[in-house]
Design a protein around this ligand. Sequence first.
Ligand code: NAP
Length: 248
Amino acid sequence: MSTGGTLLVTGGGRGIGAATALLAAQRGYALCINYRRDADAAERVAEQARAQGVPALAFRADVADEAQVGKLFRALDDALPPLTALVNNAGIVDRQSRVEDMSATRLRRMFDVNVVASFLCAAEAVRRFRRTGTAGAIVNVSSVASRLGSPGEFVDYAAAKGAIDSFTVGLAREVADIGVRVNAVRPGLIRTDIHADSGEPGRADRLRPAIPAQRIGEPDEVARTILWLLSEEASYVTGAIVDVSGGR
Ligand code: NAP
């Protein structure tokens, strides 16, 4: 089924972003798969997307960097049909730490990648939607950390995701009159590489008993919710924050 849409997934080479890109390819979206370092992973996702018969571009850019975001969107404009959808997925955690031990450098990077990048990419997307009269859709990838606070682990990350929740509501209300929808998903514990970056690769397994559903989520389960929010099925849904967390 071809939707005729064009989707940019930031951090689309691995984890939730890769699952989102692959499901979008199955549903007929032309794709731009952004990544920061792992070119092989992003190229593999792009190849799998092309095998579904859709155009796909893998493009390296640190989305926390305004100049690189500009290049990313210009590359997309040159290679693909006009943008109709954006998933602000790229995100990072840092080593588990208490607030009193967090440096300003760590905090700035955390907010640059997890918050500023989503503002920059959304701004580029909204400018295009406005110019082309496209009823575009944006999904921001937040986290249940925004309401749990992640004490003793990463309060910085949780606070950044709290900013994403507010950003989602504010931008949704700002652009609703031009037909653009903005929503967020809040994943719980999902099986990806991000947990290893916290310094505890087994973190998700340790926390599993506290998940009401008693299991870790799969990237595809988040991807399906994102694709629903992007689709016409969710035509009157905007400013919504959808937990995908097994009840956590
Ligand atoms: P992941 O497996 O670590 O993948 C992260 C992706 O983001 C990678 O493709 C990485 O690129 C990309 N990325 C990181 N920094 C970037 C930057 N500055 N510019 C461009 N791309 C960048 O993570 P994940 O678990 O799939 O997480 C995806 C999103 O879900 C994040 O926003 C995360 O906070 C959120 N989330 C995850 C969980 C979970 O349990 N997994 C729970 C709640 C929320 P490279 O491949 O090039 O390194």
